[in-house]
Design a protein around this ligand. Structure first.
Ligand SMILES: Nc1ncnc2c1ncn2[C@@H]1O[C@H](COP(=O)(O)OP(=O)(O)OP(=O)(O)O)[C@@H](O)[C@H]1O
Ligand SMILES: [Mg+2]
Length: 343
């Protein structure tokens, strides 16, 4: 891993900020100026017991960072316990997290230890924490504050020493406004927030990341792949990467499988939806921005300012809500002006 970090392509070497020699957690490639502060924060928080909230669009490395923080912590001799709250039926979340006694509810045949208890002396990774049902948010807040909880169906209070690392690609502040997330839990989770910037805001890292994924896939395929052709690399740097680092990884792997070895070529057809090629003339890009802004404002007006949910603006526009959020920020749209004030 270190070798990858220390061996950028020529393009990567030109990128600003390559002088940093600070060790980074295993497997986390990147030192774009925009990413430097993030790395510094990861480095500083790892050895503490502080609760960490990792935010960022899909594919920006939230899980990778959570694992790195645990690995570098004093708790690393115990395995980190992971729960993906988006993958659990709402009604099972409380028992999954805090456990239950036999017969606590229909279907609870045997007693079960929850993930919080299982994470005693270790870290608990709460992935997609924005999906936590409101009812369970209170229970989690108490568990975080006091280290105390009860299994469902038991009145015996138990304690566990757990460090929570949470992640979300949801705008939790918006969820609070909409009444889906408790502000007290948010402030407790966000003791130490770490924001992972989208790849389009740290383009300097694209060559280094691409080389990293190429080396990995080449080893896995047992194929000699010595680099990426200049034209393909330029295309990778220009692309807007809505799926972020995961998408870059997929594109490199896909291209490697199609290649016969030697220098990797990335077909333009793998980078379909967005702008490809040299940066646009400002008049053209301004026109595109204006058109985009118009469409987004219309969708927000139709959704009464809601971004998320089945009737939200993101669904109307057919794009991920995280993508819409970042467009709203970039185009300086005031989404709140579309809220209908309660009569
Ligand atoms: N800085 C990085 N260096 C190297 N690989 C990275 C980096 N960031 C992310 N990756 C890789 O990109 C992929 C996506 O990362 P990860 O699963 O951590 O993203 P995520 O933010 O949790 O995404 P989602 O919101 O969709 O769950 C993984 O294969 C991960 O190893
Ligand atoms: Mg994830």
């Amino acid at each position: 891993m270190q070798a990858v970090i220390d061996k950028p392509t020529a393009l990567g070497r030109q990128a600003r900020g390559f002088s940093s020699g600070r060790p980074v957690p295993d497997g986390i490639v990147g030192n774009a100026p925009r990413f430097e502060e993030t790395l510094e924060r990861i480095h500083r928080v790892s050895t503490t017991n502080a609760t960490v909230l990792i935010t960022g669009e899909t594919g920006t490395g939230k899980e990778l960072v959570a694992r790195a923080i645990h690995r570098r912590s004093r708790r690393s001799s115990h395995a980190m316990v992971c729960v993906n709250l988006a993958a659990l039926p709402k009604e099972l979340v409380a028992s999954e997290l805090f456990g239950h006694e036999a017969g606590a509810f229909t279907g609870a045949i045997q007693k079960r230890i929850g993930r919080f208890e299982a994470a005693n002396s270790s870290s608990l990774f709460l992935d997609e924490v924005g999906e936590l049902p409101l009812g369970v948010q209170v229970t989690l807040l108490r568990a975080l504050q006091e280290g105390e909880f009860e299994r469902i169906g038991s009145n015996q209070t138990r304690t566990a020493d757990v460090r929570v690392i949470a992640a979300t690609n949801r705008d939790l502040e918006e969820a609070i406004e909409d009444g889906f997330f408790r502000s007290d839990l948010f402030y407790r989770l966000a003791v130490f927030p770490i924001h992972l910037p989208p790849l389009r805001e740290r383009r300097e890292d694209i060559p280094r990341l691409a080389d990293h994924f190429l080396a990995r896939v080449a080893a896995r395929l047992g194929r000699e792949l010595s680099g990426i052709d200049t034209e393909s690399m330029a295309r990778l740097i220009e692309y807007s990467w809505p799926g972020n680092i995961r998408e870059l990884q997929n594109v490199i792997e896909h291209s490697a499988i199609l290649s016969d070895g030697g220098i990797l070529h990335v077909s333009p057809t793998l980078l379909p939806t967005r702008v490809i090629g040299p940066p646009m003339a400002s008049s053209l890009s301004e026109a595109i921005d204006a058109g985009e802004k118009h469409l987004i404002e219309r969708a927000l007006a139709e959704s009464n300012g809601r971004v998320f949910g089945p009737t939200g603006a993101a669904t109307r526009l057919g794009i991920p809500s995280s993508t819409l959020e970042s467009k709203i920020k970039r185009l300086r749209i005031n989404k709140y002006q579309y809220r209908i004030s309660a009569a």
